[in-house]
Ligand binder design. Structure first.
Ligand code: NAD
Length: 490
């Protein structure tokens, strides 16, 4: 099978790498296996991608270990920073290709994919800036001693990412790992391999030595599981579902007790108080619930509305979603594209049917768009109660439930009534309400009068079963280093 394939998208024609990226080269898998990746818009085959199996994971880990102990340890922090900055520049140079490969492979609306790439370049640039600013402390213990701390890299970091924000997830992990002097084996999702492979090509052009950043494509239960249980991987950073997170933790515990950070699912509440500017709120609720077809870990899938504005709010939200244009991700007027795969489509439709059967009322959507394809109407449920699966489970599709509350304490109780704790939002013009409610919600991120805004400077991660550890910001640097102290007497 080919290692490269010319791909024509509606915006750009480019040469797509398809191999495993190990030691700065695209190569075939040792077992010669490939798997197909499908365009969710028309469900046509895009390409056959080389699949990593156990021996390929070993090869990638070996390359990363050799680089860590060899050339990479001699590269100065400032040189590491320059390479990351160069990578960010190259991503911006090829922004159209990277964005088009996401839209083609994942069905993401092209403008959203462009935003993902520019945000990802910002993230890489941010960590490039950190590379030469990682410092320890000197600590006064007694007059005759010199005591100081150092932050050392962990070694070889395994990074496993999902498909919904494939480049952003990749850079949130690669950036801090490499800035702090680690080497990386990154596995993309089996349903979104293309854009990550294209980014791998830029790694070589950015000047990273062979083996520092290795990128493999493959299945979770094969390559992913081998990584989680690998004896020579020092850390796994995982973003994905709760069930997989649990399995990875077990595999890490049963192998070399590698360090683990987990970024898992969410069921985020979006709380609207009566003093909020409803016109303003509407676009945040619409984005929160339906951006990227609802395939966002922090999606505002539970909308909590004060009883005084409930009827008016529902009317406005219904009208707002009815004008969301659904269709071809490359059409500039499209707001919502297809779900990424038949499996995800079926899963979301099953939840919608379960909601209807459980007695919830559908006030908008509730069906697929047309009679074929992977498109689902933005769906709003009311008359919901706590034990319905549509209220409890992360649906990961364009579906939200609307809950009525009478006062602040009820809003807080409902908001916290979930085993997830990734994010939340509070909409109010009262500063006291904003602060009190934000401080009472058990979630890693709380937005006020907005939704879904992220920045490389801000830590992101979950409370409860949304995972542990933080990505982004200076906090992520801690997750890729260990602190040691040295002391000596004169
Ligand atoms: P998933 O758990 O099915 O897969 C995620 C990754 O794990 C993929 O690369 C997959 O190949 C791999 N994998 C699967 N089984 C594995 C195993 N046994 N061992 C090792 N690796 C394995 O999740 P998904 O469907 O790709 O993504 C959707 C989920 O990701 C949602 O739950 C969403 O909330 C979550 N997510 C969380 C965040 C966050 O920052 N918290 C961000 C994006 C997505």
């Amino acid at each position: 099978m080919a290692l490269f394939q010319e791909i024509q998208t509606p915006v750009v024609k480019y040469n797509q790498p398809l191999g495993l990226f190990i030691n700065n080269e695209f190569i075939k898998g040792i077992d010669g296996k490939t798997f197909e990746t499908i365009n969710p818009h028309d469900q046509n085959l895009i390409a056959a991608v080389h699949e990593a199996t156990e021996k390929d994971v070993d090869l990638a880990v070996h390359a990363a270990r050799a680089a860590f102990e060899g050339c990479w340890s001699t590269v100065t922090p400032s040189e590491r920073g320059k390479m990351l900055t160069k990578l960010a520049d190259l991503m911006m140079r090829d922004i159209q290709i990277l964005a088009a490969s996401i839209s083609l492979d994942c069905g993401k609306v092209f403008s959203a994919a462009m935003l993902e790439i520019s945000s990802s370049a910002d993230c890489i640039r941010y960590y490039g800036g950190w590379a030469d600013k990682i410092v320890g402390q000197t600590i006064d213990t007694d007059a005759a001693s010199l005591t100081y701390t150092r932050h050392e890299p962990l070694g070889v970091c395994g990074q496993i990412i999902p498909w919904n924000l494939p480049i952003y997830q990749a850079v949130c992990k690669v950036g801090p790992a490499v800035a702090t002097g680690n080497t990386v084996v990154l596995k993309s999702s089996e349903i979104a391999p293309l854009c990550v492979l294209y980014m791998a090509q830029l790694v070589k052009d950015a000047g990273f030595p062979p083996g520092v950043i290795n990128v493999i494509s493959g299945f979770g239960k094969v390559a992913g599981a081998v990584m989680a249980g690998h004896m020579d991987i020092d850390k796994i950073s995982f973003t994905g579902s709760l069930a997989t997170g649990r399995q990875i933790l077990r595999d890490a515990a049963n192998s070399n007790l590698k360090k683990v950070t987990l970024e898992l699912g969410g069921k985020s509440p979006n709380i609207i108080f009566p003093d909020a500017n409803l016109e303003h709120v509407m676009s945040w609720v619409n984005l929160g619930a339906f951006f990227n077809q609802g395939q966002v870990c922090c999606a505002g899938s539970r909308v909590l509305v004060h009883e005084a504005i409930y009827d008016r709010f529902l009317d406005m939200l219904k009208k707002c979603t009815e004008i969301n244009k659904i269709g071809d991700p490359f059409d500039p007027s499209t707001f919502q594209g297809p779900q990424i795969s038949q499996t995800q489509f079926n899963r979301v439709m099953d939840y919608i049917e379960a909601g209807k059967k459980a007695g919830a009322t559908v006030i908008a959507g509730g069906n697929r768009v047309g009679s074929e394809g992977l498109y689902i109407q933005p769906t709003i449920f009311t008359d919901v109660h706590d034990d319905m699966t549509i209220v409890k489970d992360e649906i990961f599709g364009p579906v939200c439930t609307v809950h009525k509350f009478k006062d602040e304490s009820e809003a807080i109780r409902v908001a916290n009534n979930t085993h997830y704790g990734l994010a939340a939002a509070v909409h109010t013009s009262n500063l006291n309400t904003a602060i009190q409610v934000s401080n009472s919600i058990k979630a890693g991120t709380i937005w006020v009068n907005s939704f879904g805004l992220v920045s490389p400077q801000m830590p992101f991660g979950g409370y409860k079963q949304s995972g542990f550890g933080r990505e982004m910001g200076s906090y992520a640097l801690e997750a890729y280093t260990q602190t040691c102290w040295n002391a000596g007497k004169a």
